[in-house]
Write a protein that binds this ligand. Structure first.
Ligand SMILES: Nc1ncnc2c1ncn2[C@@H]1O[C@H](COP(=O)(O)OP(=O)(O)OP(=O)(O)O)[C@@H](O)[C@H]1O
Ligand SMILES: [Mg+2]
Length: 356
């Protein structure tokens, strides 16, 4: 990493979101019951780097993205852009924040309005963010520039089109262009290619990678496909049942996963070559995948403990802090507690350790 890349653009600490449970369900055991969607998550995004957030369905990935984009108020924790926290929703500082931090959704069809053309979507975004220029000529240049950035050229061929006249990949490129109209520093991409045909996924990921380099964007790439994280992301973080369980550089996390959950995730991925190279021993088979836990009454201690083949007594009672596995990787797992006394010695400062 260069010096510029080491300073975080966007940071979250102690990020927590509990959704109140309404209505009478089997799990509503007490008043004030809540879905513990995200608990005590710490992460930082850096200029010119892609950070993947990987986890199975319901693990809280989209909630993290919505909290970072400030689309939803958080239950607890802090989010800082360039070290400054935005505490009040609404107002000038909040609008500036929303410009800097743009979210791209999984389904471009849902995020684009079917009754409006590409020209309308992009013009509106440029105007809202004050980048439409002073006259019609400036606007045309800005539109052509935006479409050029997402490789939809010549621009005239696309400007008059409606979302249904575009392919899925083209629609996602328009959604990306609209996000770029804000001239953001951070792109939060929530499963940006999972709705696209396999054959065009790579093109969109490569485009995001080029944009990251060209504009030094900090990118959060949310996916349930850990293989794509390895291909596309510089760093990878793994989430399980609302908590971060492992993180580090993508190569290390995907080739030598440390947390038993990450190993399980890789072992259950469909590529046999990857299973062999990443897991080594076939201690975890797909049959072990099991069910994720209830988030209304999540397991005490480590949330993975009911499914973990290495479970120890303390895993059932104590939430593991982050332990450094090596200089490129950490895991929130008691297996990596280096202290012989059994007392935790987290290797990251308590404020940074996701579960401390
Ligand atoms: N508005 C809401 N109200 C209540 N519960 C919610 C709300 N939004 C999300 N949840 C719950 O929070 C948990 C995390 O959901 P989230 O959408 O963040 O998961 P995800 O990792 O993005 O899953 P997927 O891979 O399916 O997109 C889930 O149990 C979900 O049902
Ligand atoms: Mg999601």
């Amino acid at each position: 990493m260069t010096a510029e890349q080491t300073t975080a653009v966007l940071e979250a600490e102690g990020l927590t979101k509990h959704f109140p449970v309404r209505g009478a369900g089997r799990e509503v055991l007490r008043r004030g019951a809540a879905v513990h969607a995200v608990d005590d998550v710490a992460l930082s995004l850096h200029r010119g780097r892609v950070t993947a957030l990987v986890g199975e369905s319901g693990s809280g990935k989209s909630t993290v993205a919505r909290l970072l984009a400030q689309l939803q108020p958080r239950t607890a924790g802090a989010v800082r852009l360039h070290g400054r926290e935005v505490t009040v929703r609404g107002g000038r500082k909040f609008r500036a924040y929303c410009r800097q931090v743009q979210l791209i959704f999984q389904d471009p069809f849902a995020s684009l309005n079917p009754v409006h053309t590409v020209r309308y979507h992009l013009t509106r975004a440029l105007r809202v963010h004050g980048h439409a220029g002073r006259n019609a000529r400036d606007l045309e240049d800005a539109l052509a520039d935006l479409l050029g950035r997402v490789r939809l050229t010549p621009a005239e061929q696309y400007l008059a089109k409606y979302p249904h006249e575009l392919s899925g990949g083209q629609r996602q490129r328009v959604a990306i262009a609209r996000a770029l109209a804000a001239e953001p520093e951070v792109l939060l991409a929530d499963e940006p290619v999972s709705m696209l045909d396999v054959s065009i996924r790579l093109g969109v990921l490569n485009l995001l990678r080029d944009l990251k380099e060209q504009f030094s964007l900090a990118v959060l790439y949310i996916t349930h496909d850990i293989a794509s994280a390895r291909y596309f992301a510089d760093d990878t973080m793994v989430m399980y049942a609302g908590r971060m369980v492992e993180g580090g550089d993508s190569e290390t996390v995907t080739q030598s996963p440390a947390h038993p959950y990450t190993r399980l995730l890789i072992a259950s991925a469909p590529d046999p070559e990857r299973i062999a190279s990443a897991v080594g021993t076939a201690e975890l088979a797909e049959d072990d995948l099991g069910e994720p836990p209830s988030l209304v009454t999540p397991p005490e201690g480590c949330r993975f403990n009911p499914r973990c083949p290495h479970v120890m007594e303390r895993c059932r009672t104590d939430v593991p802090p982050r332990f450094e596995v090596n200089e490129r990787q950490w895991a929130a797992c008691w297996l990596y507690d280096g202290s012989e006394s059994g007392t935790a010695t987290p290797t990251t400062p308590a404020s940074e350790a996701g579960d401390a």
